[in-house]
Design a protein around this ligand. Structure first.
Ligand SMILES: Nc1nc2c(ncn2[C@@H]2O[C@H](COP(=O)(O)OP(=O)(O)OP(=O)(O)O)[C@@H](O)[C@H]2O)c(=O)[nH]1
Ligand SMILES: [Mg+2]
Length: 424
């Protein structure tokens, strides 16, 4: 599960990345602070309680004592990555923070195409926009009104489509020849070959072509497709391969009027638009890390640690942060990520285990992995998500709850605990 943070320069992509991954990266109020992409992991809470809840009930019912360390509000799993408290399991999501994108990037302007290839393997993109409108289209600070959030969104979707257009147009004459010799399948195969390098699957292409034909019933035959037809198809491919959601950042500085046009535009096509403040989230996570406050990401208030020694400036800073998040109802970032992953991408959680009785791995670790997978993923698909060798050697799987054997094509459900039997 990989999400790219995109947008024009100086909107707060790296600030958002640093907050969510709790890492240190360069942040500054000028364009092109980030050159090489930053890649890191953030954690979001799974929608269902961790399977360790059921396990502790099972253990208690069998008369054995539950081995909980007491500090984790009943959780008894041992996550390899993430954490679990009170049976709320945090699952990993990889984030990619790329260089800012300016008009003409697909032709090499700004940081150009290198940046675009950093997005290749992402499941979705989050466009960070400057909802306060305080920077121009190239990211230079201007004060209010430097750019409208809808302007920066419009150009970004054009740039992304132009990037894909460049990839599919390369060798277009071949596509025309292939459709003459292989028929319709020739076009699908050609597009698949062109797009495989940026993560496009055969089914992505087939679905996009289907939408294209449905939306454009009068489309001419491919040998007379011009730039317009290719660009329209590129937009559909982009929407399908890289769905884009909006983080209306710097909303601590923004009045709603500045971003209402974009908000209405996004809502009109059923998109996702969430007012956010990366800077506020970063300040809260840092204050929490040094023990000054108790803050749970996503909440709209925090507690000051009574044992922390704070000077007047720090106290004032914390009180300002408190005002901000109570006004905004939280910093928006947790809400945005959870909506993207669970509502829009419809991801579910699966727990692969080696020991189906104790729900552990080979080292006795309880429920070590909680993997985010697409709904509809099969048992064999989960095997591949764990490791290519496990997928290649797949024999069968079993449902660790019921002990029932399940076949390779069985579709998994949220919170399934699965043992995979494979040739080694
Ligand atoms: N007020 C406010 N400022 C923010 C917020 N998020 C980021 N900033 C500021 O915006 C400026 C740019 O932040 P960066 O995170 O470096 O922006 P970027 O999009 O990564 O920029 P490039 O790497 O240059 O493309 C910095 O001065 C941040 O402190 C926010 O939520 N509110
Ligand atoms: Mg940056």
């Amino acid at each position: 599960m990989r999400i790219g943070l995109v947008g024009k320069p100086n909107v707060g992509k790296s600030t958002t990345f640093a907050a969510l991954t709790e890492t240190t990266v360069e942040i500054a109020n000028y364009p092109f602070t980030t050159i090489e992409a930053n890649v890191g992991v953030t954690y979001i809470a799974a929608t269902s309680p961790c399977a360790c809840k059921e396990l502790s009930i099972k253990i208690a019912e069998s008369g054995r004592s539950v081995d909980s360390d007491g500090d984790r509000d009943g959780s008894i799993c041992q996550p390899r990555t993430g954490a679990c408290n009170g049976h709320e399991r945090l699952v990993p999501v990889t984030l990619v923070d790329v260089a800012g994108l300016v008009p003409g990037a697909h032709e090499g302007r700004g940081r150009g195409n290198q940046f675009l290839s950093d997005l290749a393997s992402c499941d979705a993109l989050i466009q960070v926009v400057d909802a306060s409108g305080g920077t121009d289209i190239e990211g230079n600070p201007t004060g209010p009104g430097g750019c409208s959030p809808s302007e920066e969104h419009d150009f970004l979707i054009e740039e992304l489509a132009a990037w894909i257009d460049g990839i599919i147009s390369n060798g277009w004459a071949k596509a025309v020849r292939r459709i003459q010799s292989e028929g319709e399948a020739g076009l699908t195969n050609f597009l698949h070959e062109q797009l495989t390098g940026i993560g496009g699957t055969h089914s992505d292409v087939a679905v996009a072509l289907d939408i294209f034909r449905r939306e454009n019933p009068d489309i001419p035959t491919i040998n007379i497709w011009g730039d317009e037809e290719k660009r329209t198809l590129s937009h559909i491919l982009r929407r399908h391969m890289f769905p884009l959601y909006i983080a209306a950042n710097k909303s601590d500085l923004a009045d709603e009027e500045t971003y209402s046009t974009l908000q209405t535009q996004v809502k009109s096509y059923g998109g996702l638009f969430v007012p956010c403040s990366g800077e506020t989230e970063l300040a809260l996570r840092r204050a929490s890390k040094v023990g000054a406050i108790f803050y749970v990401p996503g909440e709209s208030s925090f507690e000051v640690n009574p044992d922390a020694t704070l000077n007047d400036t720090q106290k004032r800073g914390l009180s300002e942060l408190q005002d901000r998040i109570s006004k905004m109802g939280g910093t928006g970032l947790n809400e945005l990520l959870r909506k993207v992953v669970f509502e829009r991408l419809e991801k579910i959680v699966a727990y692969p285990v080696q020991d189906e009785t104790h729900w552990t791995d080979g080292d006795g670790r309880v429920l070590p992995d909680a993997l985010l997978i697409s709904s509809g993923t099969t048992a064999k698909g989960l095997a591949y998500a764990v490791h290519t060798d496990l997928g290649d050697g797949f024999i069968r799987a079993s449902d660790a709850r019921s002990g029932r054997v399940i076949g390779s094509e069985h579709e998994l459900e949220d919170n399934d605990i699965i043992k995979i039997h494979a040739k080694t």
